[in-house]
Design a protein around this ligand. Structure first.
Ligand code: SF4
Length: 472
Protein backbone atom coordinates (compact mmCIF):
# COMPACT_ATOMS: atom_id res chain seq x y z
CA UNK A 1 0.00 0.00 0.00
CA UNK A 2 1.03 3.64 -0.47
CA UNK A 3 0.61 5.30 2.92
CA UNK A 4 0.41 9.05 3.58
CA UNK A 5 1.29 10.27 7.08
CA UNK A 6 0.34 13.44 8.98
CA UNK A 7 1.94 13.99 12.39
CA UNK A 8 0.56 16.62 14.78
CA UNK A 9 1.65 17.85 18.20
CA UNK A 10 4.91 17.48 20.12
CA UNK A 11 8.20 15.74 19.33
CA UNK A 12 7.10 12.77 21.48
CA UNK A 13 4.21 12.25 19.09
CA UNK A 14 6.58 12.70 16.15
CA UNK A 15 8.70 9.80 17.43
CA UNK A 16 5.53 7.67 17.56
CA UNK A 17 4.87 8.64 13.92
CA UNK A 18 8.45 7.69 13.02
CA UNK A 19 7.97 4.30 14.71
CA UNK A 20 4.70 3.74 12.84
CA UNK A 21 6.39 4.67 9.54
CA UNK A 22 9.24 2.27 10.39
CA UNK A 23 6.70 -0.50 10.96
CA UNK A 24 4.99 0.26 7.64
CA UNK A 25 8.26 0.29 5.70
CA UNK A 26 9.40 -2.91 7.45
CA UNK A 27 6.18 -4.60 6.23
CA UNK A 28 6.82 -3.46 2.66
CA UNK A 29 4.39 -0.56 2.52
CA UNK A 30 5.49 2.55 0.59
CA UNK A 31 5.27 6.00 2.19
CA UNK A 32 4.17 9.08 0.28
CA UNK A 33 4.12 12.75 1.22
CA UNK A 34 1.26 13.33 -1.23
CA UNK A 35 -2.10 12.49 0.37
CA UNK A 36 -3.83 12.46 -3.04
CA UNK A 37 -1.62 9.51 -4.05
CA UNK A 38 -2.08 7.57 -0.83
CA UNK A 39 -4.15 4.36 -0.60
CA UNK A 40 -4.15 4.77 3.18
CA UNK A 41 -3.84 8.03 5.16
CA UNK A 42 -2.76 8.06 8.80
CA UNK A 43 -3.30 11.12 11.03
CA UNK A 44 -1.32 10.97 14.28
CA UNK A 45 -3.23 13.38 16.51
CA UNK A 46 -2.62 15.62 19.52
CA UNK A 47 -5.21 16.54 22.14
CA UNK A 48 -3.57 18.05 25.19
CA UNK A 49 -5.45 21.36 24.92
CA UNK A 50 -8.37 22.81 22.95
CA UNK A 51 -6.49 24.36 19.99
CA UNK A 52 -4.62 21.07 19.50
CA UNK A 53 -7.90 19.11 19.53
CA UNK A 54 -9.42 21.49 16.98
CA UNK A 55 -6.39 21.15 14.71
CA UNK A 56 -6.59 17.34 14.96
CA UNK A 57 -10.28 17.22 14.02
CA UNK A 58 -9.79 19.72 11.17
CA UNK A 59 -6.89 17.66 9.81
CA UNK A 60 -8.87 14.39 10.02
CA UNK A 61 -11.75 15.98 8.07
CA UNK A 62 -9.30 17.47 5.55
CA UNK A 63 -7.68 14.06 4.97
CA UNK A 64 -11.11 12.38 4.79
CA UNK A 65 -11.76 14.46 1.67
CA UNK A 66 -9.08 12.41 -0.13
CA UNK A 67 -11.33 9.36 0.13
CA UNK A 68 -13.64 11.31 -2.23
CA UNK A 69 -11.09 13.23 -4.36
CA UNK A 70 -7.96 11.01 -4.17
CA UNK A 71 -7.34 7.26 -4.28
CA UNK A 72 -7.46 6.79 -0.52
CA UNK A 73 -9.48 3.77 0.57
CA UNK A 74 -8.64 3.91 4.29
CA UNK A 75 -8.29 6.66 6.91
CA UNK A 76 -6.59 5.71 10.17
CA UNK A 77 -6.53 8.01 13.21
CA UNK A 78 -3.83 7.50 15.84
CA UNK A 79 -2.45 9.30 18.89
CA UNK A 80 -3.69 11.26 21.87
CA UNK A 81 -7.09 12.27 20.46
CA UNK A 82 -7.90 8.54 20.21
CA UNK A 83 -6.94 8.06 23.85
CA UNK A 84 -9.49 10.70 24.89
CA UNK A 85 -12.28 10.32 22.35
CA UNK A 86 -11.93 6.82 20.81
CA UNK A 87 -15.67 6.08 20.72
CA UNK A 88 -16.67 9.65 19.70
CA UNK A 89 -14.30 9.55 16.69
CA UNK A 90 -15.74 6.21 15.52
CA UNK A 91 -19.32 7.47 16.10
CA UNK A 92 -19.05 11.06 14.79
CA UNK A 93 -16.56 10.68 11.90
CA UNK A 94 -17.74 7.69 9.81
CA UNK A 95 -14.96 8.32 7.24
CA UNK A 96 -12.47 6.97 9.82
CA UNK A 97 -11.84 3.26 9.23
CA UNK A 98 -9.57 2.48 12.18
CA UNK A 99 -8.46 4.17 15.40
CA UNK A 100 -5.28 3.17 17.28
CA UNK A 101 -4.13 4.53 20.62
CA UNK A 102 -0.61 5.39 21.76
CA UNK A 103 0.00 1.84 23.06
CA UNK A 104 -1.12 0.18 19.83
CA UNK A 105 1.25 1.78 17.30
CA UNK A 106 2.89 -1.55 16.38
CA UNK A 107 -0.40 -2.72 14.84
CA UNK A 108 -0.39 0.01 12.17
CA UNK A 109 1.01 -2.20 9.38
CA UNK A 110 -1.64 -4.88 9.85
CA UNK A 111 -4.39 -2.25 9.57
CA UNK A 112 -3.10 -1.20 6.16
CA UNK A 113 -3.39 -4.70 4.80
CA UNK A 114 -6.50 -6.88 4.10
CA UNK A 115 -9.05 -6.64 6.94
CA UNK A 116 -8.65 -10.28 7.96
CA UNK A 117 -4.97 -9.74 8.66
CA UNK A 118 -5.57 -6.91 11.15
CA UNK A 119 -4.04 -7.67 14.55
CA UNK A 120 -5.24 -6.12 17.82
CA UNK A 121 -3.07 -4.85 20.68
CA UNK A 122 -4.15 -4.26 24.27
CA UNK A 123 -4.70 -0.46 24.36
CA UNK A 124 -3.95 -0.48 28.09
CA UNK A 125 -0.64 -2.37 27.92
CA UNK A 126 2.03 0.38 28.34
CA UNK A 127 4.09 0.61 25.14
CA UNK A 128 7.58 2.07 24.67
CA UNK A 129 9.70 1.46 21.57
CA UNK A 130 13.33 0.30 21.81
CA UNK A 131 16.51 0.39 19.74
CA UNK A 132 15.54 -2.56 17.53
CA UNK A 133 12.11 -1.13 16.71
CA UNK A 134 12.01 -0.13 13.02
CA UNK A 135 11.87 3.69 12.83
CA UNK A 136 12.02 6.18 9.94
CA UNK A 137 13.30 9.66 10.83
CA UNK A 138 10.98 12.51 9.86
CA UNK A 139 13.45 15.17 10.97
CA UNK A 140 16.27 16.43 8.71
CA UNK A 141 19.18 13.95 8.59
CA UNK A 142 21.38 15.97 10.98
CA UNK A 143 19.13 16.04 14.03
CA UNK A 144 16.92 13.45 15.72
CA UNK A 145 14.80 12.98 18.83
CA UNK A 146 15.19 10.01 21.15
CA UNK A 147 12.27 9.29 23.48
CA UNK A 148 13.93 8.05 26.69
CA UNK A 149 10.74 7.62 28.71
CA UNK A 150 6.97 7.71 28.43
CA UNK A 151 4.12 8.70 30.73
CA UNK A 152 4.25 10.85 33.86
CA UNK A 153 3.60 10.48 37.62
CA UNK A 154 3.39 14.19 38.48
CA UNK A 155 -0.05 15.46 39.70
CA UNK A 156 -0.17 18.81 37.85
CA UNK A 157 -3.85 19.74 38.16
CA UNK A 158 -4.17 21.33 34.67
CA UNK A 159 -2.62 18.41 32.81
CA UNK A 160 -4.37 15.36 31.39
CA UNK A 161 -1.32 13.79 29.72
CA UNK A 162 -0.89 11.07 32.40
CA UNK A 163 -4.51 10.04 31.69
CA UNK A 164 -3.60 8.89 28.20
CA UNK A 165 0.17 8.43 28.23
CA UNK A 166 0.03 6.44 31.46
CA UNK A 167 2.41 6.13 34.38
CA UNK A 168 6.10 7.05 34.03
CA UNK A 169 8.37 4.36 32.54
CA UNK A 170 11.97 4.63 31.36
CA UNK A 171 13.56 2.93 28.36
CA UNK A 172 16.41 0.56 29.18
CA UNK A 173 19.75 2.40 29.52
CA UNK A 174 21.62 0.30 26.94
CA UNK A 175 18.72 0.57 24.48
CA UNK A 176 19.03 4.38 24.44
CA UNK A 177 22.83 4.16 24.09
CA UNK A 178 22.51 1.68 21.20
CA UNK A 179 19.99 3.87 19.37
CA UNK A 180 22.11 7.02 19.84
CA UNK A 181 25.27 5.24 18.65
CA UNK A 182 23.45 4.11 15.49
CA UNK A 183 21.98 7.57 14.82
CA UNK A 184 25.39 9.27 15.19
CA UNK A 185 26.91 6.70 12.81
CA UNK A 186 24.18 7.62 10.30
CA UNK A 187 25.20 11.27 10.23
CA UNK A 188 23.01 12.70 12.99
CA UNK A 189 24.92 15.60 14.60
CA UNK A 190 22.39 16.60 17.27
CA UNK A 191 20.29 14.30 19.47
CA UNK A 192 17.47 15.75 21.58
CA UNK A 193 16.33 13.52 24.45
CA UNK A 194 12.60 13.79 25.17
CA UNK A 195 9.92 12.46 27.51
CA UNK A 196 7.13 14.04 29.55
CA UNK A 197 9.74 14.57 32.29
CA UNK A 198 13.29 13.56 31.28
CA UNK A 199 14.69 14.37 34.74
CA UNK A 200 12.83 11.37 36.21
CA UNK A 201 14.77 9.08 33.87
CA UNK A 202 15.86 5.85 35.55
CA UNK A 203 13.96 6.30 38.83
CA UNK A 204 11.81 3.27 37.93
CA UNK A 205 15.01 1.37 36.99
CA UNK A 206 16.48 1.97 40.45
CA UNK A 207 18.98 4.50 39.09
CA UNK A 208 19.91 7.60 41.15
CA UNK A 209 20.57 10.60 38.87
CA UNK A 210 19.73 8.38 35.88
CA UNK A 211 19.62 11.28 33.41
CA UNK A 212 23.09 12.49 34.45
CA UNK A 213 24.48 8.95 34.04
CA UNK A 214 22.81 8.62 30.63
CA UNK A 215 24.14 11.98 29.43
CA UNK A 216 27.66 11.09 30.59
CA UNK A 217 27.55 7.82 28.57
CA UNK A 218 26.11 9.60 25.51
CA UNK A 219 28.89 12.20 25.69
CA UNK A 220 31.48 9.39 25.56
CA UNK A 221 30.13 7.79 22.37
CA UNK A 222 32.87 7.91 19.70
CA UNK A 223 31.50 9.73 16.64
CA UNK A 224 32.98 10.52 13.20
CA UNK A 225 32.11 14.18 13.72
CA UNK A 226 31.46 16.70 16.52
CA UNK A 227 28.08 16.04 18.15
CA UNK A 228 25.53 17.85 20.29
CA UNK A 229 23.38 16.14 22.95
CA UNK A 230 20.48 18.07 24.51
CA UNK A 231 17.56 17.07 26.72
CA UNK A 232 14.17 18.81 26.91
CA UNK A 233 11.36 18.87 29.51
CA UNK A 234 13.16 19.01 32.87
CA UNK A 235 11.05 19.14 36.05
CA UNK A 236 12.34 21.94 38.34
CA UNK A 237 12.74 19.98 41.58
CA UNK A 238 14.49 17.16 39.71
CA UNK A 239 17.36 19.36 38.47
CA UNK A 240 20.16 18.01 40.70
CA UNK A 241 23.70 19.32 41.20
CA UNK A 242 25.02 16.04 39.70
CA UNK A 243 23.01 16.74 36.52
CA UNK A 244 24.35 20.30 36.28
CA UNK A 245 27.96 19.21 36.95
CA UNK A 246 27.68 16.55 34.23
CA UNK A 247 26.43 19.08 31.66
CA UNK A 248 29.24 21.47 32.63
CA UNK A 249 31.91 18.74 32.34
CA UNK A 250 31.28 17.37 28.82
CA UNK A 251 31.66 19.68 25.76
CA UNK A 252 29.18 17.70 23.61
CA UNK A 253 26.40 18.18 26.20
CA UNK A 254 24.91 21.49 25.09
CA UNK A 255 24.67 24.19 27.73
CA UNK A 256 20.90 24.41 27.51
CA UNK A 257 18.21 23.77 30.13
CA UNK A 258 14.55 23.46 29.08
CA UNK A 259 12.52 23.54 32.32
CA UNK A 260 8.79 24.43 32.23
CA UNK A 261 8.04 26.41 35.44
CA UNK A 262 4.40 27.08 34.56
CA UNK A 263 4.05 30.04 36.99
CA UNK A 264 5.90 31.96 39.76
CA UNK A 265 3.14 32.78 42.25
CA UNK A 266 3.06 30.42 45.27
CA UNK A 267 -0.75 30.66 45.31
CA UNK A 268 -1.11 29.56 41.66
CA UNK A 269 1.63 26.89 41.83
CA UNK A 270 -0.08 25.41 44.89
CA UNK A 271 -3.40 25.19 42.99
CA UNK A 272 -1.48 23.66 40.06
CA UNK A 273 -0.17 21.01 42.49
CA UNK A 274 3.39 21.89 41.51
CA UNK A 275 4.57 23.79 44.60
CA UNK A 276 7.55 26.14 44.97
CA UNK A 277 7.48 29.79 43.93
CA UNK A 278 9.47 32.55 42.21
CA UNK A 279 12.17 33.03 44.86
CA UNK A 280 12.94 29.31 44.90
CA UNK A 281 13.13 29.35 41.10
CA UNK A 282 15.46 32.38 41.13
CA UNK A 283 17.81 30.50 43.46
CA UNK A 284 17.66 27.47 41.15
CA UNK A 285 18.44 29.66 38.12
CA UNK A 286 21.37 31.19 40.02
CA UNK A 287 22.73 27.68 40.80
CA UNK A 288 22.29 26.59 37.17
CA UNK A 289 24.11 29.69 35.83
CA UNK A 290 26.90 29.39 38.41
CA UNK A 291 27.52 25.72 37.54
CA UNK A 292 27.17 26.10 33.75
CA UNK A 293 28.56 29.48 32.60
CA UNK A 294 26.81 30.78 29.45
CA UNK A 295 23.93 28.31 29.82
CA UNK A 296 20.73 29.10 27.86
CA UNK A 297 17.52 28.61 29.85
CA UNK A 298 14.13 28.00 28.30
CA UNK A 299 10.83 27.74 30.14
CA UNK A 300 7.10 27.98 29.61
CA UNK A 301 4.26 29.49 31.62
CA UNK A 302 0.49 29.14 31.76
CA UNK A 303 -1.56 32.34 32.21
CA UNK A 304 -5.22 32.46 33.24
CA UNK A 305 -5.15 29.44 35.58
CA UNK A 306 -8.29 29.29 37.79
CA UNK A 307 -7.81 31.60 40.76
CA UNK A 308 -4.95 33.60 39.17
CA UNK A 309 -5.46 37.13 40.49
CA UNK A 310 -4.09 40.32 38.94
CA UNK A 311 -1.57 40.34 41.78
CA UNK A 312 -0.49 36.74 40.94
CA UNK A 313 -0.03 37.75 37.32
CA UNK A 314 1.99 40.83 38.26
CA UNK A 315 4.15 38.56 40.41
CA UNK A 316 4.77 36.38 37.34
CA UNK A 317 5.73 39.42 35.23
CA UNK A 318 8.10 40.61 37.98
CA UNK A 319 9.65 37.12 38.12
CA UNK A 320 10.24 37.08 34.34
CA UNK A 321 11.92 40.49 34.55
CA UNK A 322 14.16 39.28 37.39
CA UNK A 323 14.93 35.88 35.82
CA UNK A 324 16.18 37.24 32.47
CA UNK A 325 15.45 33.94 30.68
CA UNK A 326 16.68 33.20 27.17
CA UNK A 327 13.57 31.52 25.79
CA UNK A 328 9.97 31.65 27.06
CA UNK A 329 6.79 30.02 25.75
CA UNK A 330 3.44 31.31 27.06
CA UNK A 331 0.32 29.13 27.05
CA UNK A 332 -3.23 30.26 27.75
CA UNK A 333 -4.97 28.05 30.32
CA UNK A 334 -7.19 25.42 28.62
CA UNK A 335 -10.08 24.15 30.78
CA UNK A 336 -9.89 20.42 30.00
CA UNK A 337 -12.98 18.61 31.29
CA UNK A 338 -11.05 15.63 32.69
CA UNK A 339 -8.37 17.73 34.45
CA UNK A 340 -8.47 18.33 38.24
CA UNK A 341 -8.36 22.10 37.70
CA UNK A 342 -11.62 21.87 35.75
CA UNK A 343 -13.36 21.68 39.12
CA UNK A 344 -11.59 24.68 40.65
CA UNK A 345 -13.36 28.00 41.30
CA UNK A 346 -12.04 31.39 40.21
CA UNK A 347 -12.13 30.76 36.45
CA UNK A 348 -10.58 33.70 34.55
CA UNK A 349 -12.46 35.15 31.57
CA UNK A 350 -11.06 34.62 28.07
CA UNK A 351 -10.35 38.31 27.35
CA UNK A 352 -8.30 38.65 30.55
CA UNK A 353 -6.40 35.43 29.75
CA UNK A 354 -5.45 36.69 26.28
CA UNK A 355 -4.51 40.14 27.60
CA UNK A 356 -2.23 38.50 30.16
CA UNK A 357 -0.61 36.34 27.47
CA UNK A 358 0.00 39.40 25.30
CA UNK A 359 1.43 41.36 28.24
CA UNK A 360 3.75 38.57 29.41
CA UNK A 361 5.02 37.93 25.87
CA UNK A 362 5.74 41.66 25.50
CA UNK A 363 7.78 41.61 28.74
CA UNK A 364 9.83 38.65 27.44
CA UNK A 365 10.17 40.06 23.90
CA UNK A 366 11.99 43.09 25.33
CA UNK A 367 14.28 40.83 27.36
CA UNK A 368 14.98 38.55 24.38
CA UNK A 369 15.70 41.53 22.10
CA UNK A 370 18.14 43.05 24.62
CA UNK A 371 19.94 39.70 25.14
CA UNK A 372 20.21 39.20 21.38
CA UNK A 373 21.55 42.75 20.90
CA UNK A 374 24.46 41.97 23.24
CA UNK A 375 25.50 39.16 20.86
CA UNK A 376 26.28 41.48 17.91
CA UNK A 377 29.97 41.08 16.96
CA UNK A 378 30.25 37.71 18.71
CA UNK A 379 31.64 34.62 16.92
CA UNK A 380 29.49 31.53 17.49
CA UNK A 381 29.32 27.91 16.32
CA UNK A 382 26.19 26.98 14.39
CA UNK A 383 24.59 23.85 12.90
CA UNK A 384 23.41 24.55 9.35
CA UNK A 385 19.77 23.63 8.72
CA UNK A 386 19.43 24.58 5.04
CA UNK A 387 17.77 27.24 2.85
CA UNK A 388 15.34 29.31 4.91
CA UNK A 389 11.60 28.68 4.56
CA UNK A 390 11.10 32.45 5.04
CA UNK A 391 13.39 33.70 2.22
CA UNK A 392 15.52 31.75 -0.27
CA UNK A 393 18.21 34.46 -0.02
CA UNK A 394 19.17 33.21 3.41
CA UNK A 395 20.13 29.95 5.01
CA UNK A 396 18.99 28.99 8.50
CA UNK A 397 21.24 27.67 11.24
CA UNK A 398 21.06 27.15 14.98
CA UNK A 399 23.44 27.81 17.84
CA UNK A 400 23.72 25.29 20.68
CA UNK A 401 21.39 27.59 22.62
CA UNK A 402 18.63 27.22 20.02
CA UNK A 403 16.62 23.98 20.09
CA UNK A 404 14.96 22.79 16.87
CA UNK A 405 11.49 24.05 16.01
CA UNK A 406 10.77 25.86 19.31
CA UNK A 407 13.50 28.55 19.52
CA UNK A 408 14.67 31.37 17.26
CA UNK A 409 17.26 30.75 14.53
CA UNK A 410 20.36 32.31 12.99
CA UNK A 411 20.04 33.55 9.40
CA UNK A 412 23.21 33.23 7.30
CA UNK A 413 23.57 36.13 4.84
CA UNK A 414 27.17 35.42 3.74
CA UNK A 415 28.59 31.95 2.93
CA UNK A 416 32.19 33.23 2.92
CA UNK A 417 32.50 31.87 -0.61
CA UNK A 418 32.17 28.31 0.66
CA UNK A 419 29.75 25.45 -0.08
CA UNK A 420 27.09 25.21 2.64
CA UNK A 421 25.43 21.86 3.40
CA UNK A 422 22.72 20.99 5.97
CA UNK A 423 24.33 19.39 9.01
CA UNK A 424 27.65 21.23 8.73
CA UNK A 425 28.91 22.79 11.96
CA UNK A 426 30.33 26.20 11.03
CA UNK A 427 31.49 29.42 12.67
CA UNK A 428 29.68 32.73 12.10
CA UNK A 429 29.91 36.32 13.32
CA UNK A 430 26.62 37.92 14.38
CA UNK A 431 26.00 41.26 12.67
CA UNK A 432 22.28 41.83 13.32
CA UNK A 433 19.88 41.04 16.18
CA UNK A 434 16.07 40.81 16.21
CA UNK A 435 13.57 39.96 18.96
CA UNK A 436 14.10 36.20 18.64
CA UNK A 437 16.44 35.66 15.66
CA UNK A 438 20.00 36.64 14.74
CA UNK A 439 21.71 37.35 11.41
CA UNK A 440 25.36 37.01 10.37
CA UNK A 441 27.99 35.63 7.99
CA UNK A 442 30.18 32.54 7.99
CA UNK A 443 33.90 33.10 8.62
CA UNK A 444 35.42 29.62 8.21
CA UNK A 445 36.21 27.13 5.43
CA UNK A 446 33.74 24.35 4.63
CA UNK A 447 34.64 21.16 6.56
CA UNK A 448 35.53 17.92 4.73
CA UNK A 449 32.50 15.70 4.18
CA UNK A 450 32.57 12.66 6.48
CA UNK A 451 31.27 9.32 5.15
CA UNK A 452 28.30 8.17 7.24
CA UNK A 453 26.03 5.10 7.20
CA UNK A 454 22.72 5.38 5.30
CA UNK A 455 19.86 6.73 7.46
CA UNK A 456 16.22 5.71 6.92
CA UNK A 457 14.62 9.10 6.40
CA UNK A 458 11.14 10.13 5.34
CA UNK A 459 9.73 13.68 5.31
CA UNK A 460 6.08 13.81 6.39
CA UNK A 461 3.31 16.35 6.65
CA UNK A 462 3.57 17.92 10.10
CA UNK A 463 2.28 20.99 11.84
CA UNK A 464 5.35 22.29 13.74
CA UNK A 465 4.94 22.71 17.47
CA UNK A 466 5.78 26.38 16.92
CA UNK A 467 2.92 26.62 14.40
CA UNK A 468 0.67 24.94 16.97
CA UNK A 469 1.96 27.41 19.54
CA UNK A 470 1.21 30.30 17.18
CA UNK A 471 -2.36 29.09 17.17
CA UNK A 472 -2.46 29.01 21.00
S1 SF4 B 1 5.01 17.08 34.47
FE1 SF4 B 1 4.22 17.70 32.48
S2 SF4 B 1 3.29 15.86 31.59
FE2 SF4 B 1 3.57 15.51 33.79
S3 SF4 B 1 1.60 16.04 34.72
FE3 SF4 B 1 2.96 17.84 34.85
S4 SF4 B 1 2.54 19.04 33.00
FE4 SF4 B 1 1.69 16.98 32.67
Amino acid sequence: MKVGFVSLGCPKNLVDSEVMMGQLAAHGHELTAKPDEADVIVVNTCSFIDPAKQESVETILEMAEYKKTGVAKKLIVAGCLVERYRNDIQKDIPEVDHVIGTNEIETIASLCGPADEAVEANPLAPYLYHDLTPRLLATPRHHAYIKIAEGCDHPCSFCIIPQFRGAFRSRRFESVIAEATRLFSQGVREINLIGQDTTCYGEDLGLKDGLALLLERLAQIETPQEKWVRFLYAYPNRVTQKLLDTIAEWPSLVKYIDMPLQHASANVLKRMKRGAHGDIFLKLLERIRKTIPGVAIRTSFIVGFPGETEQDFEELCAFVKAAQLDRVGVFTYSDEETSKSFHLDGKVDKRTIHNRKRKLMAVQRRISAARNKKMIGQEVEVLLEGPSQETEMLWEARMRSQAPEIDGVCYINDDNGTVMKPGQMRRMVISEAHDYDLVGGLIDEAPQDVKVANAPLFPILTSSPEATRQRL
